[in-house]
Design a binder for this molecule. Structure first.
Ligand code: ATP
Length: 328
C-alpha cells in the first residue's frame, strides 16, 4: 500500500472513530483530497470491514465509534520500562505477514519484544491456511518478534507459553477462568476467545526468528458475528468493553516477563501451570491429522509442549504441526 494512501486512511479512520457524522466536504478538506477521492477511500475501508454508512446531507458515520489503538497510549500503560517498538498500523494484510516482512528486510533493526498491531487486517490467518476474522475496532490483532539463539528446537512449546501469558494478563482485567486448548487457543466459557499463530524464519542450526501472532476478541458478540465457530468475547463476559490499549499493554508486559525464562529453560518449568488451565484435562479427546483420527484421554503436556494422550496401549505424544484437537 502506498505511504500516501496509508496516511490518508489512518486520518479518515481517526476522524470517523468518534462515531459522529463527518461530511464528505470536511473530511476532504482535512485530508486534502477531493470528495470523490475520499468516497473511494471510505468505500475501500468499508470493503475491509469498517462499519461505515452514509446519510445524505449529513455525511459518513460509523455504526459504532470506538477508541483507536494508539502506540502512545500502549507505551504509557507499559510505563516506559523497556525499549521496544510498539507500532500501530491502520491496515495490514496480517500482522504476522508484516513482522515476517520486517524480519526479511530489516532484521538488524528488530529487538526482542517489538510489536506491530493492525486496526484492520485484510487477510488475518489461523493455522493451516484458515482465516482469522477480526471485526474492526472490536479486536486486538498483533504480532511480537522474539529470537531464539539456540534455534528452532528451543521454541518447542512456544504457542502454549503464549497462551499462559495471555491468560495471566486477562486476570488483571477480571477474567479468572480463561482456559487453554492445546496447542494454540484460548477459551472462555467453553468458546474460543483468542488464537495464537507462531511462525518462524531462519535457517536450521542458526538463530530462529519467531513471530508470535495473537488475535483476541474484545467486543465481538457471538450473535452478531459469524467467525466460523462458536466464539466468546471479553465485552460479553465482563458486561463492559475493556480499554484495548490497556489490555494490549498488559499482554505485552506478560509476554515480556515469560519469554526470557522460556528462552533459557524451555517449556519445562511451565507444564504444571499449563495443565491447570487445560480445557480438556483428563477428558476424552479426538486428534485429527488430515484424514486420520486418534482418540484417547488428555493427560497434559511434556517439557516440549507435546500433548500426552492416554489409550489402553499407554501414552502417546503429539507435537503441534498438523494436529487439531477436538472434544469428544
Ligand atoms: P485448531 O484446533 O487446529 O487450532 P481451529 O479451528 O481453532 O483449529 P485456528 O487455525 O487456531 O483453527 O484458527 C482459525 C479458525 O478459528 C477459523 O477457521 C475459524 O473457525 C476460527 N476463527 C476465526 N476468527 C475467529 C475469531 N475472531 N474468534 C474465534 N474463532 C475464530
Amino acid at each position: 500500500m502506498r505511504q500516501a494512501s496509508k496516511a490518508i486512511r489512518k486520518h479518515i479512520l481517526a476522524l470517523l472513530s468518534d462515531g459522529h457524522f463527518h461530511s464528505g466536504e470536511t473530511i476532504a478538506q482535512q485530508v486534502g483530497l477531493s470528495r470523490t477521492a475520499v468516497a473511494g477511500h471510505i468505500s475501500q475501508l468499508a470493503d475491509w470491514g469498517l462499519d461505515v454508512f452514509k446519510v445524505k446531507g449529513k455525511g459518513y458515520r460509523l455504526e459504532r465509534g470506538f477508541p483507536l489503538l494508539s502506540a502512545d497510549s500502549i507505551k504509557r500503560h507499559l510505563g516506559n520500562t523497556k525499549r521496544a517498538v510498539i507500532d500501530v498500523e491502520s491496515v495490514l494484510p496480517s500482522t504476522n505477514t508484516e513482522m515476517k516482512k520486517r524480519i526479511a528486510s530489516k532484521r538488524e533493526d528488530l529487538e526482542n519484544g517489538d510489536v506491530v498491531f493492525a486496526e484492520i487486517q485484510t487477510d488475518g490467518r489461523g493455522r493451516h491456511g484458515r482465516s482469522w476474522l477480526a471485526p474492526v475496532g472490536g479486536s486486538l490483532t498483533f504480532s511480537m518478534y522474539w529470537s531464539f539463539p539456540d534455534g528452532y528446537q528451543s521454541m518447542a512449546g512456544l504457542s502454549l507459553l503464549v497462551g499462559l501469558a495471555v491468560c495471566d494478563a486477562l486476570k488483571e482485567f477480571g477474567v479468572e477462568d480463561a482456559e487453554l486448548k492445546w496447542p494454540n487457543d484460548i477459551y472462555l466459557q467453553g468458546k474460543k476467545l483468542a488464537g495464537v499463530l507462531i511462525e518462524v524464519e531462519g535457517q536450521i542450526g542458526a538463530t530462529a526468528h519467531s513471530v508470535i501472532g495473537i488475535g483476541l476478541n474484545v467486543c465481538v458478540p457471538d450473535n452478531q458475528y459469524d467467525v466460523g465457530q462458536p466464539h466468546s468475547d471479553l465485552a460479553s463476559y465482563l458486561g463492559t468493553i475493556p480499554d484495548r490499549n490497556a489490555l494490549a499493554a498488559e499482554i505485552i508486559k506478560s509476554l515480556w516477563s515469560y519469554l526470557p525464562k522460556f528462552t533459557q529453560q524451555g517449556f519445562g518449568p511451565f507444564t504444571a501451570y499449563w495443565e491447570a488451565l487445560d480445557l480438556y484435562a483428563d477428558k476424552r479427546i479426538v486428534l485429527q491429522m488430515g484424514e486420520k483420527r486418534f482418540s484417547g484421554i488428555d493427560r497434559g503436556v511434556d517439557a516440549s509442549g507435546a500433548l500426552l494422550v492416554e489409550t489402553q496401549d499407554g501414552i502417546t505424544r503429539f507435537h503441534g504441526g498438523e494436529v487439531s484437537l477436538r472434544g469428544n
